[in-house]
Design a protein around this ligand. Sequence first.
Ligand SMILES: Cc1ncc(COP(=O)(O)O)c(C=O)c1O
Length: 409
Amino acid sequence: MNAPFPGSTSFRPSHRLSSIGVSEILKISGLAAEMKREGRDVIILGAGEPDFDTPDFIKDAAERAMRAGATKYTALDGTPELKAAIRTKFKRDNGLDFAQDEITVSAGAKQVLFNAMMATINPGDEVIIPTPFWVTYADIVAIVGGTPVLVPCSEANGFRLSAEDLERAITPRTRWVMLNSPSNPSGAAYAEADYRPILDVLLAHPQVWLMVDDIYEHIVYDGFRFATPAAIEPALRNRTLTINGVSKAYAMTGWRIGYGGGPSALIRAMAVVQSQSTSCPSSVSQAAAIEALNGPQDFVHDCCRSFQERRDLVVGALNRIDGITCRVPEGAFYTFASCAGLMGKTASDGQRIESDTAFTEYLLRTAGVAVVPGSAFGLAPYFRISYATSAVELEDACRRITRAASELS
Ligand SMILES: Cc1ncc(COP(=O)(O)O)c(C=O)c1O
């Protein structure tokens, strides 16, 4: 529903905003931050960003670039040097060969997504989004006048889209299918064999394009082999946009650099959108991103090891709680646990836990732990924990959740 805009009686938001609300994640983080300001002891497990700092060698590259005068507008959708580094990355990590005019660079993967939707969606066009999903996908589709088509993906299927459900969801209005692996919020990832049946369905529907969000590519565990659709099925390459970025892998969320590889006609159309919004990504951040992609990759592996330890800590603790079950995620830094076993229980103040939202409110109120309800990502009754925070804090949070759950009757 309409986002609230307090403070002005004459202000009217556009119709475009009418179907977009303030995200549940922001509401909970806001509430938790307010409680913290009031002096309450609150642990916030909602962050969508690594808790590490950007490595120094990347910061040094940014400083050098600044001093050398890289302080002006750059080429519209990325400097030739950064595009070259991205092409090398796609070849090295994914076996994908892109030409220079098949690469775009924006202020984050989010802007790549936005540009692509803005450049292609007409009113009524449908975008298939497997659920649970990163809320931004549906909101961007709605902003540009399209229709998000949410397809529930059960835990029994590893929160992955099944070929049958995809086939059923495709209509003559389907413009894009959105895939995200590893996923925010479920942490589920598609191995090549998981992708195969889905890609076979797409081969039979030549009007449908594929948008793939690989932003968590490097955060995978237990030797999981990351795969990306354009490399698995070259016949789909001329209708696939592969999106990635430096935010998560190199702890560079604030630098705002994301990129995409896809057919040149699409990339050109996206550049037109970008030319009338941000003009170009930040010059200094682009220089830093070159260093991140070309430089030593040990940082990425070290972070991954650390995330895996924390994943094991959280999944282990959650699965020991009566009423909560947690699938072991293959990647990203989120757990997506079911709280189905707690539904219908009652807190000591008489509040009945009827939904995942009620459970997460209860956790915040009584245990001082902020997590996000699964319904905010389109699938209930679940809750998402971001474990991109210290092990000490995670242990404390798990103890609190265990106690709060045990106090329900
Ligand atoms: C699935 C997914 N894609 C993209 C992004 C945004 O990436 P960026 O910081 O590059 O805009 C996020 C951030 O939370 C995400 O979870």
